[in-house]
Write a protein that binds this ligand. Structure first.
Ligand SMILES: *Cc1c(COP(=O)(O)O)cnc(C)c1O
Length: 400
């Protein structure tokens, strides 16, 4: 009999979105007359299609694959140089210096934030914020690693800062944050980087929502903090930036400065380890996708993406305005597509979920699904259409 990885027994059932779907289905069966008016502002998926530029580049790359002169088979595991350069140039336009040699192209920030755990042994103190994107917790649990939580609460604006009671080895940060929409400022990121340098810790920084940062004084990359190249890995993706959730393109930066001493005294480079890992277990993102992604990352391409992002941020503005009028405090919505607010009248998040579904036919995401600190909070996303968002907010206005 195989000995199983029994750490899987400790992974919580990923029941959040399944439970949401089940409750919506039950409601629709009970109220067939209302089924058509249910508005979904819950899931974290985009709805706007790919930009015209992205589609044109995809077509172009398909044609290249049809021609023996330009056909491409296996590509470099780290990603084509043109794609890594496009990522480095994109960073450069935002004022951040990244070496294309330290850029790894992948098929998702989810896969990379999950797979990176392989570089670290089991006996690390892993610090994860709560509320949190569940991938960080589940992947470390599958690995049998111990997790320490840091609380995101109204008191710290859902932006936990280092607390010297825990000596962390690995720290997960996500800014702008999913689910809270909160965004660290430069000084706060610098405090985290200084803490990591002092404690020889590594920061795993998820910047999947960097393109939604609208206030220019807020950082879009951990590398805006001084010394971050010596302590931080950054994960980013075109999923939300360019609507690539179904097209799949991400990039991870592992700076060559990230070196640590092994127990036998040998120097180990995280960049080289990640390169070894990817070369062994990954055969690259499709050429067609990398070709289109490079076009998207260009100045022209990004201009088009920003039209879609502005579309979403107009929805965020509508949601925020409604909550403000109702006197409900919230985070997010300005530098993030997510809006996170306290459930009215002391309701628990699943209770509020049912209340909202039954009385306004609006579906959101209960904060309890993101950790204990979310149990009285609720997440709405701006990834819907203007029409649906407007309708949902009119119903909110009447109900709350
Ligand atoms: C959506 C999202 C990602 C992107 O994941 P992909 O695998 O690149 O689609 C990464 N991190 C967070 C927190 C997200 O919400």
């Amino acid at each position: 009999m195989p000995k199983l990885n029994e750490n899987y027994l400790n992974v919580q059932d990923s029941y959040l979105f399944a439970e949401i779907a089940r409750r919506v289905r039950t409601y629709e069966e009970k109220h067939p007359d209302k089924a058509a008016s249910v508005i979904r502002l819950g899931i974290g998926d985009v709805t706007r299609p790919l930009t015209a530029g992205a589609v044109a580049s995809l077509h172009e790359a398909v044609e290249m694959q049809a021609d023996p002169e330009t056909f491409k088979g296996y590509g470099p595991e780290q990603g084509y140089a043109f794609a890594r350069n496009a990522v480095a140039e994109y960073y450069g336009r935002n004022g951040v210096k990244v070496d294309p040699d330290d850029v790894f192209i992948s098929d998702g920030a989810k896969s990379d934030t999950g797979n990176i755990t392989e570089l670290f042994s089991k006996d690390n103190v892993i610090l994860v914020p709560d509320p949190v994107y569940p991938v960080y917790v589940d992947t470390n649990t599958m690995d049998g690693k111990q997790i320490a939580y840091m609380n995101g609460t109204e008191k710290n604006d859902f932006l936990p800062m280092p607390d010297n009671s825990v000596k962390a080895d690995i720290i997960y940060l996500c800014s702008p944050n999913n689910p809270t929409g909160a965004c660290y400022n430069r000084e706060q990121l610098q405090v985290w980087v200084d803490y990591a340098l002092e404690n020889e810790a590594v920061i795993l920084f998820d910047s999947a929502y960097e393109a939604f940062v609208s206030q220019p004084e807020l950082p879009r990359s951990i590398y805006e903090a001084e010394g971050a190249e010596k302590c931080a890995i950054e994960f980013c993706s075109l999923s939300k930036t360019a609507g690539f959730t179904g097209t799949r393109f991400s990039y991870t930066v592992v700076p060559k400065e990230l070196v640590f001493t092994a127990s036998n005294g040998q120097i180990m480079s995280l960049r080289d380890m990640w390169n070894r890992r990817q070369s062994t277990k990954f055969n690259g993102t499709p050429y067609i996708i990398q070709y289109a992604a490079a076009a998207v990352l260009s100045e022209e391409g990004m201009k088009e993406c920003m039209e879609n992002i502005s579309y979403y941020m107009e929805n965020a503005r509508m949601i925020a305005e409604t909550l403000r009028r109702k006197g409900i405090s919230f985070t997010g919505g300005v530098n993030s597509p997510y809006i996170w607010f306290k459930c009215p009248n002391g309701m628990e998040s699943w209770e509020f979920f049912d209340y909202l579904l039954e009385n306004a036919q609006v579906v959101g995401t209960p904060g309890a699904g993101f950790g204990v600190n979310g149990k009285n909070y609720f997440r709405l996303t701006s990834f819907g259409t203007h029409e649906n968002t407007k309708k949902a907010m009119e119903r909110f206005e009447k109900l709350l």
